[in-house]
Structures are given as C-alpha cells and as structure tokens.
Design a protein around this ligand. Structure first.
Ligand SMILES: [Zn+2]
Ligand SMILES: [Zn+2]
Length: 139
C-alpha cells in the first residue's frame, strides 16, 4: 500500500493522538491543535481526520450519546474496543471483540460487514465504590 505523505496539520493530529494513547474527542483534538496552529478552522481538522480514517491510521469511536472520539492505531490491522465510565470518563479496553462470530454468520448470508461499533456504558470500580460510600454516609 502506498503511504501518502501527510501534511504538517495531519502530522500534528497524529502526534496528539499518539500522545493521548486512548480515544480522545474532537474537542480535545481541536484544543490541542490550536495551541500549535491558532488559526486552523475546525472544518480543516475534520477534513484531515477523514483522510487519516481513510488511510486506516486512526479509528473512530462513539461514546456518551454519540460524541465522536478518535484513536491512533498501532498498525492497520489493530482492532480494539473501549468502554468509558459514565462518571469519571476513564477508558477501559474491551477484552475481545464479540462481533467476529456475528460477522461469520452474516457472511454466510452474503452480507459483508465492513465496519462496526460497540457502545457500552457503565460505571467503573472507583466510581461505584464512591457511590456506596456516599449512600452509607447519608443514612
Ligand atoms: Zn469512573
Ligand atoms: Zn470489533
């Protein structure tokens, strides 16, 4: 596969994502990009992100009612899912992808799944613990 040369803007977005090492929202990306390129338009960032998605260098995720997050991929075949805590926004890796079995079944029907998303919401151990302490205190 031909590796396209990435512009300065795209390199900056990639380095921000590399530093984050987890999915980050478009707003987080935007806030970091304007530190270095103050005059950049949000639409330019979106356009660059679209190119990076097409190059398979980054992955797209949805959290909290479809807020979009992006993460840099270690390589083009890397496939990962995340769960985010509703209270502290901490990210957790999903141990495996449950979609592969479904994919096989759908392919038998002739349907080719090209992309999929998994959205799971919940509360992490820390936040759940804190909740219990709070309710005890109020009794
Ligand atoms: Zn939490
Ligand atoms: Zn998957």
């Amino acid at each position: 596969m031909k590796i396209q040369r990435n512009t300065k803007q795209r390199q900056l977005i990639l380095s921000i994502l590399m530093e984050a090492d987890r999915p980050i929202s478009i707003n987080e990306i935007y806030n970091k990009v304007i530190e270095k390129l103050p005059s950049i338009a949000k639409s330019t960032i979106y356009r660059n992100i679209d190119i990076l998605l097409k190059q398979d260098l980054i992955d797209k995720y949805h959290f909290h009612d479809n807020e979009i997050f992006y993460r840099i991929k270690a390589d083009q075949n890397e496939h990962k899912h995340y769960v985010m805590c509703d209270q502290c926004n901490k990210m957790f890796d999903l141990p495996s992808c449950p979609i592969h079995d479904i994919e096989t079944a759908m392919e038998e029907e002739g349907f080719i799944i090209q992309k999929h998303q998994i959205q799971i919401s919940g509360i992490c151990k820390n936040c759940a613990g804190r909740k219990q302490i709070n309710t005890k205190r109020h009794k």
